[in-house]
Design a protein around this ligand. Structure first.
Ligand code: PEP
Length: 252
């Protein structure tokens, strides 16, 4: 059965002490909660990963990196490898975030390489994709999402999908305060699940968690998370405050 997931992407926010404080606050707040079928993931910046992994021990909190290089090692100044992530206890990596695509030129082809590298290293992947506003206005959103998923993930065999979480994040809704309506989210998530079912089978499609991301906050989370094919959220802004993030966990 697929899991619900509330994942916080801290982006380039929180220095080391702020990161430790935030994870400590979340740990304390969820200690007595019955999380049932829900996973809680936080994704600090690289420099805080090791400390956050340590602080998250003996709690339900899992830790993800925000990015990773596609090579094993070598002369790639400023980059971080899968091995390095594993060496500090990280087991999950976010790939394909729209900010990586937009500001760092990450293409579907590059992401396919990163996906292979992560899986080769037994890292679980939260794979992000989503259309820009113009695509939505021109009614191209389904086509765009389909090609992003096909190009980066459809070379995988069915078994590999055990380690894939999908995150649909319409770019026009990220950090803008604008949210896709629960109906728009459900429509796209059902489309994505169907796409995976057609390529693989119903079992693979049923088991993959599909997260929604884009200005999810305590005020709108419940309605979005209640949709049949929405299995939680990838959260930016609202993941930076303990109370807000915990409210999102409560909303699922
Ligand atoms: C994100 O960056 O993944 C995101 C969804 O950000 P926000 O929640 O701030 O829109």
């Amino acid at each position: 059965m697929r899991k619900n997931i509330v994942a916080g992407n801290w982006k380039m926010n929180n220095d080391l002490s702020e990161s430790k404080k935030l994870v400590k606050g979340i740990k304390k707040a969820i200690k007595k909660k019955e999380l049932k079928n829900t996973r809680v993931i936080v994704s600090p910046t690289y420099v805080s990963l090791s400390a956050v992994v340590k602080k998250a021990k003996k709690s339900a909190i899992e830790v993800a990196a925000q990015n990773m290089h596609q090579a094993d090692n070598g002369a790639y100044t400023g980059e971080i490898s899968a091995d390095m992530l594993k060496s500090v206890g990280v087991k999950i990596v976010i790939l394909g975030h729209s900010e990586r695509r937009e500001y760092f030129g990450e293409t579907d082809a590059l992401l396919a390489e990163k996906v292979d590298q992560a899986l080769k290293n037994k890292l679980e992947i939260i794979f992000c994709f989503g259309e820009v506003l113009e695509d939505r206005k021109n009614d191209n959103h389904f086509k765009v999402v389909e090609s992003q998923i096909k190009n980066a993930l459809f070379h995988l065999d069915a078994k590999a999908w055990k380690n894939i979480v999908l995150a649909y994040e319409p770019v026009w809704a990220i950090g803008t305060g604008e949210t896709a309506s629960p109906e728009q989210a459900q429509e796209m998530h059902a489309f994505i699940r169907n796409l995976v079912a057609n390529k693989y089978d119903a079992k693979v499609a049923d088991n993959v968690s599909i997260l929604y991301g884009g200005s999810v906050k305590p005020a709108n989370a419940k309605e979005i998370f209640s949709k049949q094919d929405v299995d939680g959220g990838l959260i930016g802004g609202a993941a930076l405050k303990t109370e807000d993030f915990v409210a999102l966990i409560d909303a699922i």
